[in-house]
Design a protein around this ligand. Structure first.
Ligand SMILES: NC(=O)c1ccc[n+]([C@@H]2O[C@H](COP(=O)([O-])OP(=O)(O)OC[C@H]3O[C@@H](n4cnc5c(N)ncnc54)[C@H](OP(=O)(O)O)[C@@H]3O)[C@@H](O)[C@H]2O)c1
Length: 260
């Protein structure tokens, strides 16, 4: 098992990519702390994991709120005594509109859930990691941080910001035993966020959802979507002893679109 006796706090773990990461990390021996806003989804994932012999705990939180970030970190420590791994995964896409139509309040919300929460949770987790001399932070960014797609300015800015945060935190933590990396997934079409985005894009483009998806996937070298499980396996690599010499990196798990 690659994460035996590790404690992992995984945000946005009620469904989608976060759920897949929680399942895989639990299977690899980690105690997993789940968090999102929807209690029903968290309870369901926690049950699946405990039914499989894992050790889950969860708390609801809206991570756009500073107090909620503090609550999640405090509750993880209360339940498991420590945080070895922090995965900043929670997020939503936000409005699918051009810059000149983007509502400022929505822009702030998208930045808050992706970038500000990743910053706050890292800030709260790092002192313990530094004191112990070990820890891993993984930021789930996006292909949107590296490519140029219309109608998602806050999302792309937040995801690109997470790559800057990844590098700076990696620089600060590198000689204190802490590694910080990012994953840039391409289209993980099975998730709620991806399905909702696809439907809106298809409508705006005046094509069917199937046509919109086929056009997008055709631009990937592999010509297919990624699965949440494929992202989880990259996350496991970056959060385990398999990648001890890697820090400050952003790894594209996108079927071949971005090449830097
Ligand atoms: N799917 C893709 O194609 C794709 C590609 C690249 C990157 N990503 C990134 O991967 C991550 C996971 O996305 P996904 O596709 O798995 O989407 P998803 O299925 O919609 O899951 C998003 C998770 O984040 C939680 N969340 C959203 N807003 C939150 C808030 N304010 N506070 C706390 N939790 C919140 C959601 O739960 P609640 O709604 O219950 O709070 C849910 O658990 C996101 O950061 C996304 O940007 C996804």
């Amino acid at each position: 098992m690659l994460l035996k006796n590790q404690v992992a706090l995984i945000t946005g773990s009620g469904r989608g990519i976060g759920r897949a990461i929680a399942h895989l990390f639990a299977k690899e021996g980690a105690a997993v702390f789940l968090t999102a806003r929807t209690e029903k989804e968290l309870a369901a994932v926690a049950k699946e994991i405990s039914d499989g012999g894992g050790r889950p705990e969860y708390a609801t939180a809206d991570l756009t709120q500073e107090a909620a970030c503090a609550h999640v970190v405090a509750t993880t420590r209360e339940k498991f005594g420590r945080i070895d791994i922090l995965v900043n995964n929670a997020g939503h896409y936000g409005p699918v509109v051009p810059v000149e139509e983007y509502p400022l309040a929505e822009f702030d919300k998208v930045i808050a859930v992706h970038l500000r929460a990743a910053f706050l949770l890292s800030k709260l987790a790092l002192p313990e990691m530094y004191e112990r001399g070990s820890g891993v932070i993984l930021n789930i960014s996006s292909l949107s941080a590296k490519a140029a797609y219309a109608w998602g300015s806050a999302y792309a800015a937040a995801k690109a910001g997470m790559l800057g945060l990844t590098r700076v935190t990696a620089a600060e933590g590198a000689r204190k035993g802490v590694r910080v990396n990012a994953i840039c997934p391409g289209p993980v079409t099975e998730t709620q966020m991806s399905k909702e985005l696809g439907a809106v894009l298809a409508k705006k483009m005046g094509v069917s959802a199937e046509e919109q998806l086929a056009g997008f996937l055709n631009g990937l070298l592999q010509g297919r979507a990624q699965t949440a499980d494929e992202i989880a396996r990259a996350a496991l690599f970056l959060c385990s002893e398999q990648s001890t010499a890697m820090t400050g990196q952003s790894i594209n798990v996108d079927g071949g679109v971005a090449f830097y």
